[in-house]
Design a protein around this ligand. Structure first.
Ligand code: HEM
Length: 368
C-alpha cells in the first residue's frame, strides 16, 4: 500500500525515506521492521511504566500548583507535557520541565500544524489554489520543517556519542540495528542510512505524540462527563494496583480501565491517516466483566500492512497515563464546570478533516 507524494511530504523528507510517508517497498519494509522492533520492546518494558508514572505524577503536581482546585482550565498543555515527555524520553532520552522552551516549541508547532492541516491538504492536492493560502501554507510548512529538523538532529547528535551495546532509547536501537545489518552484510543495510533513520525518529515522535495527546484529550473529557465511570475506574485501580506503580501485569487485570480506553478509541478514535471504518457494535465487557481486546470493527489503529506500528505502545501509554492521573488525584474528581453530561462531544470542525479531535474545553478538579 502506498502513500501519495505531496509537496509537504517532500519538505519533511528532503531526499530521504521514512515509514509513515514512504510507499510500500523494500526500503519501507526495512525501516518499518527496525522501528517496530524498538517500539514493541519498549511497550512491554518496566522502563515505560516507571517513566509514565514519574512523568504524569510530575505533570499533575505542576497542574495543581498552577491551576489550583475548583478553577476551570484547559488541560491541553498538561497533556502535551505528559505525552511529549514519554515519547521524547523513549525516542531520544530527553525530559522537559513545564517551562522548557523546546517543550513549548513542540506544543506550539503541533497546534499550528493541526489548525491549518485542512488548508495544507487542500493546496497539496489542488496546487493551483496555493496562492490563495500562500501565507498560512508556507508558515505551516516551515513550522513542521522546524519541528522535524529539531527531532532529526537528536538522532544525528546521538550518533556521535552512541556506545556499542548500550540501548537507552529508540535512537540507540536504530543505530544498533544499522550496525548489525552492516556487520552481517544484510540486504537491509542499504535502507538503514543515517538520513532515513533520523526520519524514522521524526515519524515516531510526530505520529506518537499527535495521536496519543488527542486521545488523552478525549479520555479526560469523557471521564469528566461521566463521573460514575470515572469513580468505577478509580475503584478498580485502588483494588488492583493500590500504592504500587502500574505495570504490564496490572494492565491485563484492569478490565474496566482498558474497556474505557478502548471505547474512547472506538467512539472518538482520532484516526490520523487511516481510512474511516465503521464499528458494528459498542465496546462492552464480556459476560464475566472481562475486557475483550479484539472486537470486530475495532480499527482505531488501521488495518493491513500499514497498521499502526505503535499500537501496543499507545495502548500501554494510554493505560499508564490514565491510571497515574487518577492515582495522583485521590481526593478529587475531574469534572466539567457546566456539570456532568454537558460536554460538547462533536469533533472540532477547525481541525483537519482527517482527524476527530475534541473542541477546546475546560475542566475543574473538584474535591470529592
Ligand atoms: C492513540 C494512539 C495512536 C493511534 C490512534 C494511532 C493510529 C494510527 C493509524 C490509524 C495509522 C495509519 C494506519 C493506516 O495507514 O492504515 C497509524 C500509523 C502509524 N503509527 Fe500510529 N497511532 C497511535 C500511536 C502511535 C505511536 C505511539 C507510535 C510510535 C511511537 C505510532 C507510530 C505510527 C507509525 C510509524 C505509523 C505508520 C505505519 C506505516 O505507514 O507503515 N503511532 N497510526
Amino acid at each position: 500500500m502506498g502513500r501519495p507524494v505531496t509537496g509537504f511530504s517532500q519538505i519533511l523528507l528532503q531526499n530521504g525515506k521514512d515509514v509513515v510517508l514512504a510507499s510500500h517497498g523494500p526500503v519501507w519494509a526495512s525501516l518499518r521492521r527496525v522501528a517496530h522492533s524498538a517500539v514493541r520492546k519498549l511497550a512491554v518494558s518496566e522502563k515505560l511504566s516507571d517513566l509514565a508514572d514519574d512523568v504524569v505524577n510530575e505533570t499533575v503536581e505542576t497542574m495543581i500548583k498552577n491551576e489550583g482546585i475548583g478553577k476551570p482550565f484547559n488541560p491541553k498543555t498538561y497533556i502535551y507535557m505528559s505525552v511529549i515527555n514519554i515519547i521524547a524520553s523513549s525516542a531520544f532520552g530527553k525530559r522537559y520541565s513545564f517551562d522548557d522552551k523546546e517543550l513549548k516549541f513542540y506544543e506550539e508547532s503541533f497546534e499550528y500544524f493541526r489548525a491549518n492541516t485542512n488548508k495544507l491538504a487542500l493546496t497539496d492536492r489542488v496546487p493551483i489554489l496555493k496562492p490563495f493560502y500562500a501565507n498560512v501554507v508556507n508558515k505551516t510548512e516551515q513550522t513542521m520543517k522546524g519541528l522535524s529538523m529539531s527531532v532529526k538532529q537528536k538522532y544525528m547528535d546521538r550518533l556521535k556519542v552512541h556506545s556499542k551495546g548500550e540501548i537507552h532509547d529508540f535512537c540507540d536501537a536504530l543505530i544498533e540495528a544499522k550496525e548489525e545489518a552492516i556487520a552481517d552484510e544484510k540486504e537491509s543495510a542499504s535502507a538503514l542510512t543515517d538520513v532515513n533513520l533520523s526520519l524514522v525518529i521524526m515519524d515516531l515522535f510526530i505520529a506518537g505524540t499527535d495521536t496519543t495527546q488527542y486521545t488523552m484529550r478525549w479520555i479526560i473529557l469523557l471521564m469528566a462527563n461521566n463521573i460514575e465511570m470515572q469513580l468505577r475506574m478509580r475503584h478498580e485501580i485502588n483494588d488492583i494496583i493500590g500504592d504500587r506503580v502500574a505495570d504490564y501485569h496490572h494492565k491485563n487485570d484492569c478490565h474496566y480501565v482498558n474497556a474505557f480506553i478502548a471505547e474512547t478509541l472506538r467512539y472518538k478514535g482520532v484516526g490520523p491517516l487511516g481510512t474511516p471504518h465503521v464499528a458494528l457494535c459498542d465496546y462492552e465487557l464480556d459476560k464475566d466483566s472481562k475486557y475483550i481486546s479484539a472486537l470486530p470493527g475495532f480499527t482505531p489503529f488501521g488495518i493491513g500492512r500499514r497498521i499502526c506500528l505503535g499500537e501496543k505502545l499507545a495502548l500501554a501509554a494510554l493505560f499508564y497515563i490514565t491510571v497515574r492521573l487518577l492515582k495522583s488525584t485521590p481526593d478529587y474528581v475531574f469534572a466539567l464546570p457546566s456539570g456532568e453530561g454537558t460536554a460538547d462531544l462533536e469533533p472540532d470542525p477547525n481541525i483537519s478533516f482527517l482527524h476527530r479531535v475534541p473542541k477546546p474545553y475546560e475542566i475543574i478538579l473538584k474535591k470529592r
